[in-house]
Design a protein around this ligand. Structure first.
Ligand code: AMP
Length: 393
């Protein structure tokens, strides 16, 4: 990577401010239901503490408070969990900027400080320079370890880098190294599995992958727009009618590029989303029926292509995996990926990450991205502002 990382910084005796992604799910009693994102930050946090900094100041957003203080979006549960995981005192503040914040940090014996939710100030997402400068004024050096927000130019990801020497944390660096290799120099054959609800979200991704991939397997809701483009019946399945021409165009481009596009060819359909009892297997979707999962022949075909791969990127579930009756296709693909030996398997964030976790194979994947939107944009070949802004090596 062309950017400095946390090991390139002199940290002893310094105040270090770190942008983390502590946007964790909370239940109604404000218990953290999945602390993967906090666990993911630990390598950087432990490394920084071992360098004996004067202070380690952590900042993050949580939820979408949109510039207002929302009590249930405070970072208190995160600070409590960090206290347990780091085994040391953590000072939780009730704001992220200002004289009181500065004084509290200076007067506390705690080395670890958690600032309150950045998005309680609307200036954060607006990338307001004065707000960024106030964040920067709390520290001597800056580390970005929040891959999930690296695709956004916010005050804590981009603005702050104008004021401080800025390095990548280990988590951010790991994301870039796996995703970067996949899009720049994948070990071939390179097979991509695409699913999820919408074609419109994935057009740029497909265009970029056509330059790199050997095969693209398309399932999930987005497959139906491609099938329609080929003149097939899709019944009531998800369809983006205004994207049929783009789908046709992508199929032509794939052919020209020699990329093997495999569309789902058999389907688990229902006559009504809530009527699980009507579930049946078809190869032609009649009017009034809706495809919610790939069928066994498609699963077998996908596995056959995957068996040839050296690199696999998976973005988007191939069915409505949240509902067990429609989850079999996604489950089988996840379980098959887990059996592959000597293959780099990369799971894009968001729903595909939730799927491998639901089916208990997350530890069998080479890399699961922590950032849904960020990993998608990175795989589309876009420059991520939060990474671009870091100090060059
Ligand atoms: P995305 O955020 O675009 O990756 O979409 C993920 C969502 O797509 C999940 O919530 C799935 O339930 C949904 N999905 C996958 N396959 C289908 C399908 N055949 N019909 C409707 N929704 C689907």
């Amino acid at each position: 990577m062309s950017k400095i990382n946390v090991k390139d910084l002199e940290l002893k005796g310094k105040k270090v401010i770190i942008r983390c992604d502590f946007n964790v799910p909370l239940d109604d009693d404000l218990n953290i239901t999945d602390d993967m994102r906090i666990q993911g930050a630990l390598p950087t946090l432990k490394y920084v503490l071992a360098q004996e900094p004067a202070k380690m100041i952590l900042m993050s957003h949580l939820g979408r408070p949109k510039g207002e203080v929302i009590e249930k979006m405070r970072l208190i549960p995160v600070a409590n969990r960090l206290k347990e995981l780091l085994g040391e005192d953590v000072l939780m503040l009730d704001d992220c900027i200002g004289d009181d914040v500065k004084a509290s940090i200076a007067n506390s014996s705690a080395r670890v400080v958690v600032l309150e939710n950045l998005r309680f100030h609307k200036e954060e997402t607006k990338n307001d320079p004065a707000f960024a400068e106030q964040l920067a004024s709390l520290a001597d050096v800056y580390v970005n370890d929040a891959f999930g927000t690296a695709h956004r130019a916010h005050a804590s990801t981009e603005g702050i880098t104008k004021f401080l020497r800025s390095a990548a944390g280990f988590l951010l660096e790991k994301e870039i190294s796996y995703l970067g290799k996949a899009v720049q120099n994948p070990e071939k054959p390179f097979v991509v599995i695409l699913g999820g609800a919408k074609v419109s979200d994935k057009i740029l991704l497909i265009e970029n992958l056509l330059k790199k991939a050997d095969a693209i397997l398309i399932g999930g809701g987005m497959a139906y727009t491609f099938l329609k483009a080929q003149g097939k019946n899709v019944g009531n399945s998800l369809l983006e009618a205004d994207k049929i021409d783009i789908a046709k165009d992508l199929l032509v481009k794939a052919k020209e590029a020699g990329v093997n596009i495999v569309l789902s060819s058999d389907f688990m359909v229902v006559d009504n989303f809530d009527n699980k009892d009507s579930l049946k297997l078809v190869t032609d979707i009649e009017d009034g029926w809706e495809g919610l999962d790939i069928g066994p022949a498609t699963r077998a075909k996908f596995k056959e292509v995957l068996s040839t791969a050296k690199t696999v990127v998976w973005n988007g579930p191939v069915g409505v995996f949240e509902i067990d009756a429609y989850a079999q296709g996604t489950k089988e693909i996840a379980e098959y990926l887990a059996t592959l030996k000597g293959v780099t398997t990369i799971v894009g964030g968001g729903d595909s990450a939730a799927a491998v976790s639901k089916f208990g194979v997350d530890d069998k994947m080479t890399h699961i991205s922590t950032g849904g939107g960020a990993s998608l944009e990175y795989l589309e070949g876009k420059v991520l502002p939060g990474i671009e802004a870091l100090t060059d090596k």
